[in-house]
Design a binder for this molecule. Structure first.
Ligand SMILES: [Zn+2]
Length: 500
């Protein structure tokens, strides 16, 4: 993901003002109070813990039998509701099935699954409604009882996407939508998600164009005239990694090397980018390949929404990324300089984060918790490359990029929170803080593994340059670390080793 540049700037500006009075208040608060000892008498009734019995099977690296048919109606731009019918084959003789809603989401680095927006959930077999219960410990799990001889379960539900910002990120407007499969599908527990096969089908509003990294898109339905398309059977991991941007005003720019800038906009005139500015995105592809060496996609879509109506996003995937610019950022090139970092950041993630991933951040499904300690590599070095590549390519000016690094370096000299909390410890913020505003951010710290992480890698670059007499720098590290196994778009995990 990416940190929102404007919000980061505001946080930084509040630091020095906030620090002084807060520290005084904390010192006063340490004044001792007399202890008031009080224990419960043994005559009080005292309950004992009820043991928790796990009831959701752990994932195994074995194929799930059959192919799930996932059919989503995304044509209702009035309510923003996505209506889902999912047909799930079941193993012979099964008396129950446990279906999971994705909780720990890749790129979110935390348990951000939008379970509260999953509504009107019903299960059927042979046309008859089935009894289901939600697991009281793992509330993202649905246990469904199956009558004897059940061959498949049909799940019907509605993803009620937010209609206003206070409810969450708006993903559908009258001009565009952002369909993320993990928000509108269930998957069977007990299997690695790469072992679950799915055939996806979506109905879009008439006249809209859809972009995604999924392969094998069918033509719209000739019989009914509906804008209903499907893609080749894929695995659930690739599906979740391949979101859709679709819109009424859409244009796809070929950047070369099988990379595309696939755009949707609030209005058609927002896509009128000048040729010399479009060229900077072609430069970006060339610069990234030059820095990282091997590429880890067969094709890649930079999905980009020019909007202030749909919610903002910067989210990485192997073969695509989800990006949002302010509406006029492509046409008012100079004024939009500050806004254009997200694309180079998310593109760099194809190498750093998706292909090379910390071993404990990779999980076999979306139920196992992620351990975020190495986000200062995954996000910190991506923050570094996102800015450096933007300057080399010209998608952002060199002045803008240098100003950002200077801004971070200056601000961290004023951060009292750096005295108690390491950059590594801030990697756990996505799990418990969820980017909610904090009362004293300079003391609490935020997700600073992005910006302070980038400064760590700037220093690493300087150390390499000093140690090699200027012959090598972080580019050489990047080629050695990310530039392996050309064409492989799997995941090569890593773990830290420390020598004394
Ligand atoms: Zn990121």
């Amino acid at each position: 993901m990416q940190v929102e540049p404007v919000a980061a700037m505001k946080t930084i500006m509040s630091i020095s003002r906030a620090a002084a009075p807060l520290l005084s208040a904390l010192l006063l608060a340490t004044t001792a109070h007399p202890a008031l000892a009080q224990v419960q008498p043994e005559t009080n009734t005292r309950p004992m813990a009820v043991p928790i019995t796990p009831s959701v099977p752990d994932p195994q690296d074995v194929p799930y039998p059959g192919t799930i048919a996932l059919e989503i109606d995304a044509s209702d731009v009035t309510t923003g509701a996505f209506r889902v019918t999912e047909t799930i084959p079941v193993a012979d003789g099964a008396s129950k099935i446990t279906l999971l809603f994705p909780e720990w989401l890749p790129g979110n680095h935390g348990p951000r699954g939008t379970l509260a927006e999953l509504t009107d959930v019903r299960f059927f077999a042979n046309g008859q409604p089935l009894k289901w219960t939600r697991d009281p410990v793992e509330v993202f799990a649905f246990h469904v009882e199956l009558p004897a001889g059940t061959k498949e379960v049909v799940a019907r539900f509605v993803h009620t996407s937010p209609l206003r910002e206070s409810e969450g990120r708006i993903v559908m407007t009258r001009e565009m939508l952002n369909l993320q499969w993990e928000k509108m599908s269930l998957y069977p527990a007990g299997h690695y998600v790469r072992q679950i096969k799915v055939r996806p089908t979506v109905t879009f509003p008439q006249g809209w164009t859809a972009y995604t990294a999924l392969d094998g898109k069918s033509a719209p339905d000739a019989k009914t005239g509906a804008n209903r398309v499907s893609w080749d059977v894929t695995d659930y991991e690739t599906l979740v990694d391949s979101p859709i941007f679709a819109g009424l005003y859409a244009q796809r720019f070929d950047l070369g090397k099988n990379v595309y800038l696939s755009t949707v906009a609030d209005k058609p005139e927002l896509l009128a980018i000048k040729p010399e500015n479009l060229q900077t995105y072609r430069n970006l592809v060339d610069e990234a390949l030059a820095a990282f060496g091997a590429k880890h996609f067969d094709h890649y879509d930079l999905l980009l929404a020019m909007t202030d109506r749909m919610g903002g996003i910067g989210l990485e995937h192997h073969r695509s990324s989800e990006n949002q610019y302010e509406p006029r950022t492509l046409v008012d090139w100079e004024k939009g300089d500050w806004d254009r970092n997200v694309i180079s950041h998310e593109f760099a993630h194809s190498w750093d984060g998706k292909f090379r991933r910390p071993a404990k951040l990779w999980t076999p499904d979306y139920r196992q918790p992620m351990q975020d300690n190495l986000l200062w590599v995954y996000e910190g070095q991506t923050q570094f490359w996102g800015y450096v590549l933007a300057a080399r390519a010209g998608t952002q000016s060199k002045d803008m990029v240098l100003a950002n690094f200077a801004n971070w370096a200056g601000s961290f000299t004023q951060y009292p929170g750096r005295e108690w909390r390491s950059v590594e410890d801030t990697t756990h913020d996505p799990v418990f803080a969820a980017r909610k505003a904090k009362p004293f951010p300079s003391l609490a710290r935020n997700e600073e593994y992005y910006t302070e992480g980038a400064l760590v890698w700037l220093e690493a670059d300087q150390i390499i340059r000093d140690g090699t007499g200027g012959k090598k720098g972080l580019d050489d590290f990047a080629k050695a670390f990310f530039g392996i196994r050309d064409g492989d778009w799997g995941v090569v995990p890593y773990e830290p080793t420390f020598s004394k």
